[in-house]
Design a protein around this ligand. Structure first.
Ligand SMILES: CC(C)(COP(=O)(O)OP(=O)(O)OC[C@H]1O[C@@H](n2cnc3c(N)ncnc32)[C@H](O)[C@@H]1OP(=O)(O)O)[C@@H](O)C(=O)NCCC(=O)NCCS
Length: 190
């Protein structure tokens, strides 16, 4: 019988693990990013083909010290992805992004859990100083979970994105280690 290979865990939250992306994740990633109820939040307006997914994976797999992408798993089930993008090693800044594609897992604390583990890595391993995030104003869930993790609203780009027939503001969030640490201490005590 073929032995099941063990999951390569990169980060551990309390309810989630984050692991490297692999070729076998591509069909799921393609499903998530094409889903109208998911892509509306991430501004993906074109159909994502398998070829485009593969190119994306290849670009992520090449030596790249600016972007990190991880798959979120709950009890062995991949539910989405989360990443750190555009790392600037001089200013020590980056932007985080997340996509839980399995919609039944929304609003159950998995995003916050995975984001806390990712921020621990960003601040305490990569020694980043400030983490940004961008949210379209109608995405109340994403805004709520970012605020939970300590992000503060730094600004608003007015009528920035055309979605569903109208323009929406984009909210710019920023997080310093000191603000995150307060949330981290509270979160760790559970
Ligand atoms: C954004 C996302 C990563 C958040 O992860 P999550 O696991 O759903 O979030 P959590 O459950 O940890 O936290 C969500 C918070 O929003 C609240 N919430 C849930 N649904 C909500 C809604 N419809 N409106 C407002 N708040 C909502 C929850 O109550 C929770 O806050 P609480 O802990 O105070 O109760 C995930 O929902 C997702 O991937 N959504 C689709 C893609 C997306 O929006 N990506 C981010 C683009 S910026």
């Amino acid at each position: 019988m073929k032995k099941k290979t063990e999951t390569p865990v990169f980060l551990r939250g309390r309810k989630t693990i984050l692991r490297p992306l692999s070729e076998s994740d591509l069909p799921l990633c393609q499903k998530w990013i094409n889903d109208p109820e998911v892509r509306v939040f991430i501004k993906n307006i074109f159909p994502m083909t398998m070829g485009a997914e593969r190119e994306w994976l290849e670009s992520r797999s090449k030596k790249n010290d600016k972007d990190i992408i991880l798959i979120i798993e709950v009890k062995g089930r991949p539910i989405g992805s989360m990443g750190i993008h555009g790392i600037d090693w001089k200013d020590r800044t980056a932007t985080t992004g997340a996509l839980i594609g399995e919609k039944q897992y929304w609003g159950k604390g998995y995003g916050t859990d995975a984001k806390m583990a990712l921020l621990d890595y960003a601040f305490n391993t990569l020694n980043l100083r400030k983490i940004m995030s961008r949210v379209i104003a109608f995405n109340a869930r994403s805004l709520a979970y970012s605020l939970h993790c300590g992000y503060k609203v730094e600004g608003r780009l007015r009528r920035q994105h055309f979605v569903g027939g109208r323009y929406w503001d984009e909210i710019i969030l920023g997080l310093f280690r000191s603000d995150w640490l307060k949330c981290w201490e509270k979160w760790r005590k559970g």
